[in-house]
Unconditional design. Structure first.
Length: 133
């Protein structure tokens, strides 16, 4: 599940936006203000596995076309991630995640405005779907 402790910051750790997680931890929405040239906004998703076995899950992100993102594990050994698919505009992207048993791992989503992005508030929506295996 995605933990309510997920945050959105800039590179110096200051709050950059708002992250809201649904009650069962399967989806979230992050809102942030971006301007052309803004770099270093990071969505820190705390992904929790409460079971005694490794959990495989698919993370899907819906990203406005004005933003570029990169996803990377913030924890060595507790979380593995791999890009599964993306559409041609990179607005819907999916990752396969494997989270170690009884662990909370951090997934860092780095966000950057594209050169032609209009200044304003943007929303990234996402969700986790657990899969077998």
């Amino acid at each position: 599940v995605v933990s309510p402790s997920s945050t959105l910051t800039n590179t110096n750790g200051a709050n950059k936006g708002l992250v809201v997680v649904n009650d069962n931890g399967t989806s979230f929405t992050a809102a942030l203000e971006q301007h052309v040239g803004d770099t270093g906004s990071i969505l820190h998703l705390a992904v929790r596995n409460n079971s005694n076995a490794s959990a495989n899950t698919v993370l899907q992100l819906n990203v406005p076309s004005a933003l570029d993102i990169q996803v990377a594990s913030g924890n060595t050994g507790t979380l593995q991630e791999a890009l599964l698919s993306t559409n041609h505009k990179k607005t819907r992207q999916s990752w396969l995640l494997k989270v170690a048993p009884n662990n909370t791992a951090t997934l860092n989503v780095t966000i950057e405005a594209k050169d032609d992005a209009a200044p304003g508030t943007y929303t990234i929506a996402g969700g986790l779907v657990q899969i077998g295996g």
